[in-house]
Design a protein around this ligand. Structure first.
Ligand SMILES: NC(=O)c1ccc[n+]([C@@H]2O[C@H](COP(=O)([O-])OP(=O)(O)OC[C@H]3O[C@@H](n4cnc5c(N)ncnc54)[C@H](O)[C@@H]3O)[C@@H](O)[C@H]2O)c1
Length: 286
């Protein structure tokens, strides 16, 4: 199957970056969001955000003409049914709530063409559970981009219990067409990167919380000792401590592994509103 028309549902942080990535690789994209304001903000981010097209133009990576061409491939819509009617491929990137996502997958199943593949960018929810809300579980798959999607090279392709080999192959090829590297993982909590990375970040928080080492020394140890480009506490601040807490709670609940149990300090920082870089204060002050 040849994929040419892509619909991105949910045009927030991830959705707008994913839409830009597809449009830059030559795909026609319809971006859908229930909130008109999000559509405006998403298009602004694509045009003039920190990872947007204008920045690429300033760096000499795009001409004005190419930028206009990429922008002309993206249209926006608030109504899901019309937007996905001619899509070959749908990526869902609405907020992380199972019931809301299941509702959207039921609608996608009703309105998207029978051949269309339905992918989710979920970080923590089960692809198999989303697939069960549709009549085409073999065509439902995880396509987990990393933030910011325009820049990060990794995409985890998640195989639900009923996802077909053909679907996995197609998504793997699609990821390569986007200039990114796919890794394939079963539908397990946290997939690969978060499963391994989050437990390390939480352990770093515990070391710090118990007064065993300073934040700077923990981060330096991992940067110089393990060649991490960023220390675990810096990374926690970048992810957002509220987002991190949410992921930790889900992984703890789903795996029963005590390593994912959120440290008290993480809960207290979130309660205080110290959510990391986005508010100027987390483990560090910015
Ligand atoms: N932010 C990250 O770092 C990151 C990284 C990887 C994966 N993810 C995953 O990506 C998804 C989106 O995260 P985000 O950070 O972009 O969220 P976000 O809150 O920035 O954007 C979500 C968007 O979805 C829209 N929306 C909600 N319900 C909708 C519906 N029924 N129909 C259409 N639009 C709807 C909202 O209006 C909002 O604009 C989540 O599943 C998250 O787990 C996030």
């Amino acid at each position: 199957m040849e994929i040419s028309r892509v619909a991105v549902v949910g045009f927030g942080t991830m959705g707008s970056g994913i839409a830009q990535t597809f449009a830059q690789s030559g795909f026609a994209v319809v971006a859908v969001d229930a909130d008109e304001n999000a559509l405006r903000k998403g298009m602004d981010a694509i045009t003039s955000g920190p990872f947007g097209l204008r920045k690429l133009m300033e760096k000499g990576k795009l001409t004005q003409e190419q930028m206009q061409e990429i922008l002309s491939r993206i249209t926006t819509a608030t109504k899901l049914d019309e937007a996905v009617r001619s899509a070959d491929f749908v990526v869902e990137a609405i907020f992380e709530d199972l019931e809301t996502k299941k509702r959207v997958f039921r609608e996608l199943d009703a309105f998207a063409p029978k051949h269309a593949i339905l992918a989710s960018n979920t970080s923590t929810l089960s692809i198999t559970a989303l697939a069960a809300a549709t009549s085409r579980p073999d065509k439902v798959v995880g396509m987990h981009f990393f933030n910011p999607p325009q820049v990060m090279k990794l995409v985890e392709v998640v195989r639900g219990l009923q996802t077909s080999e053909e679907t996995v192959k197609l998504v793997r090829e699609l990821v390569a067409k986007l200039g990114k590297t796919p890794v394939i993982c079963a539908d397990v909590p946290g997939f690969i990167a978060n499963r391994v990375g989050i437990i390390a970040i939480l352990e770093a928080i515990r070391l710090y919380e118990q007064g065993n080492a300073s934040a700077e020394d923990i981060d330096t140890a991992m940067k110089l000792g393990y060649n991490w480009p960023m220390g675990p506490l810096e990374l926690a601040d970048l992810i957002g401590l509220d987002v991190l807490l949410n992921i930790a709670e889900t992984l703890h609940r789903e795996t029963g592994n005590a390593g994912y149990h959120p440290p008290t300090l993480l809960r207290r920082l979130v309660a205080a509103g110290y959510l990391g870089r986005k508010v100027g204060r987390g483990f560090y002050a910015y």
